[in-house]
Design a protein around this ligand. Structure first.
Ligand code: PGA
Length: 244
């Protein structure tokens, strides 16, 4: 269960949030709990989650270790600060910042080399769903973004299926629509990496996940968790999603 905070919260707000969240998820053993704040708030989040089961992730990473790349942050830098996870290829990064399947692949490899656990996002846009090309889009994103990983690399990533039309819109995919996409992605995993990888791979759903729809989504066998945006910004709301 991962919270993607996007460009929200200051360091003080990050600490205050985690202070409140800690007791609410203290007994959780059915899920890993991950919070992904902005780069500058990673240290505050890591401090506030020390000796708890809550782990911290970044929302982006660059694929080279260091160099003259103004404004970028590398995977070893994230690992050094105590970050354990990283979201890669979120649709907002694809849409506004020129992220491509090729950059997703390079970032995923870099993250794995630094020992980070990538959450790699795929998902179709509304016009793609409406024109019936959802599976083609998912297949292309899968092949270009993560299909090229070695099997032992693939075993260490988590996939997030996030239909772009459901992100921040209040329009959640129905559990059935989400499950169909998850089943399709899992079949892509089986074809590329084999039956065991298909069964073991964790696929999160993201897009307007809320306390009142999480149960229905999680009841689908192919949905293994959630990547939560808006509803992860409030501790009680995120805790009730984690404790569905
Ligand atoms: P949302 O965002 O839950 O606000 O729709 C999900 C995401 O973008 O990861």
């Amino acid at each position: 269960m991962a919270g993607n905070w996007k460009m929200y919260k200051t360091a003080a707000e990050t600490s205050a949030f985690l202070e409140k969240l800690r007791p609410m998820v203290a007994g959780v053993s059915h899920a890993e709990v991950v919070i992904c704040p902005t780069f500058v708030n990673l240290p505050a989040a890591i401090d506030a989650t020390r000796s708890t089961a809550i782990e911290v992730g970044a929302q982006n990473v660059f694929w080279l270790k260091e160099g003259a790349y103004t404004g970028e942050v590398s995977a070893p830098m994230l690992a050094a600060v105590g970050c354990r996870w990283v979201i890669i290829g979120h649709s907002e990064r694809r849409q506004y910042f020129g992220e491509t399947d090729e950059s997703v692949f390079k970032k995923t490899v870099a993250a794995l080399e630094a020992g980070l656990k990538p959450i790699v996002c795929v998902g179709e846009r509304l016009e793609e769903r409406e024109s019936g090309t959802t599976e083609t889009v998912l297949s292309t994103q899968f092949a270009g973004g993560i299909g090229g990983l070695a099997p032992e690399q693939f075993a260490r990533i988590v996939i997030a299926y996030e239909p772009v039309w459901a992100i921040g819109t209040g329009k959640t995919a129905t559990p059935e629509i989400a499950a169909a996409a998850h089943r399709f992605l899992r079949s892509e995993v089986r074809t590329r990496f084999g039956a065991d990888a298909g069964a073991a791979c964790r696929i999160l759903y993201g897009g307007s996940v809320k306390p009142d729809n999480i149960k229905g989504l999680m009841a689908q066998p192919d949905i293994d968790g959630a990547l939560v945006g808006g509803a992860s910004l409030d501790p009680a709301s995120f805790a009730s999603i984690v404790n569905f």
